[in-house]
Ligand binder design. Structure first.
Ligand SMILES: Nc1nc2c(ncn2[C@@H]2O[C@H](COP(=O)(O)OP(=O)(O)OP(=O)(O)O)[C@@H](O)[C@H]2O)c(=O)[nH]1
Ligand SMILES: [Mg+2]
Length: 568
């Protein structure tokens, strides 16, 4: 099968072009580095099926990070290159274009963001550009699909143009000459939007704006999440209650009732504590976590597509440098708040091993996923906001202190980078909803099977007495160091499968608010869930992951013990 690879600078719209060509859904966002791995898809052209590959963005063919390495490798496989260019950023984009032309593979150019260029008063004589470069150039607006048809037709005329390699300097000279010839920019006065845009990156005004934006985002997530629970999910589960009770009565006391329905409290199902597959197994992921997942991903998609994230990255750059990363570290952090798995993948946008190690370790240690956050709110909420803030505050301190220490002691470089800031763009409703749905679907596909598996394993291990035995073995740590009841050990261990399940298991133990604070904090820190663990092994390698895991356990022990000493 013919392989067509989409190559281009970061954030030029490759992923949107890919979705247009293949109909397959991939995540696109308004910041460089939203794609860190390749995606394959298929397209039918003139009766033959061809493979399209969406590669991560790269500024040149000399890779500086893992994502760019993937892009360079994809190029080797290509039979045809589609070089996607941001029409509003011609100079910078053409460097890679010249390199690609020198690679001697057949190529066409999609001059994307054509709508944006027109709005900004940039005119490009693309026919002249085509003549100068010797490859087909098609203006496109991937977001609306304009020009995509012509782009596909141009594949037919793709030509390889063997040129002798030139030096970097020569390329910039050529680019200067080309842009002078074909590009015209009409100067315009800064608009109100431009002023707001620049105010959001200057530290004096940017920091208050950032605090405002984050506060608003948090408030919106809570509002949407709580409303969904109160008006949609709780009523639904009340409707379901009689059915679950009927199943319970029909099964009668015994193993199957234990497994499917679980324990009854005053003859009634308690959705959070019963621990049956059809009760807690459904309620926790759907009734408690899903609403917040939807709310979080919707809000995140709007932040991402508006272009605010890279601005936040610029503002926090200095801070993240102290922790051995750079501003882009905000991306794994934010994605991780939804689910640690995509967060762990986003670590690839870091340049060096040191940066990747630090951001992955900090993610695993101190960033709870939305499933866990929702459960923390559900459990500590009734005791008052104070306790939730205690957990959040502890995690923030751990993130910062661990980051400072890791930066000091992990060997390696954390080079300065130039963060690219794309313009603000109005989030596109359809794209936002589609992205939210893709991520929610991912959560459902992951959460429910693991939660079922978790409950199944807990029930079986409990029946055979294994958990009681392990609980006794680890009791010195749980009771001695953390000041928790011995039974909490099981819940902490189960956290490896799914954190939300573990938080739910803490409820029936009748702990004090302080004990709950210690338990959920330790639970967040000690290990990420299995799924994240698997991704981290792949991204960091076994050796670094072993080191990272040791750090997680050590931190959990230290923080759990300190909290116990300070709070009790
Ligand atoms: N106005 C406009 N916006 C576009 C167009 N194409 C893409 N975008 C937006 O530009 C942003 C970047 O698009 P992506 O498809 O994620 O870019 P990418 O090249 O895949 O980026 P990386 O994966 O980071 O390399 C998104 O917010 C898109 O919605 C276009 O033709 N016009
Ligand atoms: Mg992409």
């Amino acid at each position: 099968m013919k392989q067509i690879v989409l190559m281009g600078n970061p954030n030029v719209g490759k992923s949107v072009v890919f979705s247009r060509l293949t109909g397959a859904d991939v995540i696109s966002s308004n910041y460089p580095g939203s794609t860190v791995d390749y995606t394959r898809g298929r397209m039918c052209r003139g009766g033959t099926v061809e493979e399209i590959i969406d590669a991560p963005g790269t500024y040149s063919l000399t890779p500086t990070n893992k994502a760019e390495e993937v892009a360079a490798k994809m190029l080797e496989e290509a039979d045809l290159i589609v070089n996607v260019i941001d029409a509003t950023n011609l100079e910078r984009n053409l460097f890679l274009t010249l390199e690609l032309i020198e690679s001697g593979k057949p190529m066409v150019i999609a001059l994307n963001m054509w709508d944006d260029a027109m709005k900004r008063g940039i005119t490009i004589d693309y026919e002249q550009l085509q003549k100068t470069l010797g490859v087909q150039v098609v203006p496109t607006t991937a977001l609306s699909g304009e020009g995509i048809h012509c782009l596909v037709e141009s594949f037919e005329h793709a030509r390889a143009d063997r040129r002798s390699p030139t030096t970097e300097e020569d390329k910039w000279v050529t680019i200067g000459a080309i842009t002078k010839e074909i590009q015209q920019i009409i100067r315009r006065h800064p608009t109100l939007a431009d002023r707001i845009a620049s105010a959001s990156i200057r530290p004096m005004t940017g920091v208050p704006v950032a605090i405002g934006v984050l506060f608003l985002a948090f408030w919106v997530v809570r509002l949407i999440g709580e409303s969904l629970i109160a008006y949609v999910f709780e009523p639904l589960f009340e409707l379901y209650r009689p059915l679950a009770m009927a199943i319970s009565d029909w099964l009668g006391p015994g193993f199957l009732q234990e497994l499917l329905i679980g324990q009854l409290f005053d003859g009634q199902i308690d959705y959070v504590q019963s621990m049956g597959l059809l009760t807690t197994g459904l309620f926790v992921p759907i009734g408690m976590v899903l609403p917040y997942i939807v709310a979080f991903y919707l809000t995140l998609a709007i932040l991402e597509d508006s272009g605010y994230m890279p601005r936040l990255a610029t503002l926090t750059d200095t801070f993240f440098h102290r922790l051995g990363m750079h501003g882009h570290g905000i991306i794994p952090l934010f994605l991780g708040l939804g689910c640690n798995v995509p967060g762990a993948l986003a670590v690839r946008c870091m340049e060096t091993r040191k940066q990747r190690f630090i951001s992955a370790t900090l993610l695993a240690i101190a960033v709870p996923c939305m499933a866990q956050i929702a459960m923390i709110f559900a459990i500590l909420g009734p005791y008052g906001m104070k306790y939730i803030l205690l957990v959040v505050g502890t995690l923030i301190i751990v993130y910062i202190v661990a980051g400072l220490l890791l930066n000091r002691f992990v060997k390696g470089e954390s080079p300065e980078i130039c963060l690219e800031i794309p313009p603000y763009r109005m989030p596109h409703a359809r794209t936002v909803l589609k992205k939210t749905w893709m991520r929610v679907r991912g959560f459902l596909g992951e959460a429910i099977p693991y939660l079922f598996l978790g409950i199944l394993i807990v029930n079986i291990l409990y029946l055979v007495g294994f958990l009681q035995w392990l609980g006794m073995l680890l009791a010195p740590i749980t009771t001695g160091l953390f000041g928790l009841p011995q039974d909490a050990t099981t819940a902490l261990l189960m956290g490896f499968l799914r954190k939300d399940l573990a938080v739910g298991m803490l409820l029936p133990l009748g702990m004090t608010a302080i004990q709950l604070v210690i338990a959920v904090t330790v639970l967040t820190i000690y290990f990420p869930c299995v799924a994240t663990f698997a991704v981290l092994i792949r991204e960091l390698g076994l050796r670094d992951m072993a080191k990272s895991a040791a750090l997680m356990i050590a931190t959990a022990l230290i923080v759990g013990t300190s909290l116990n000493l300070i709070l009790n």
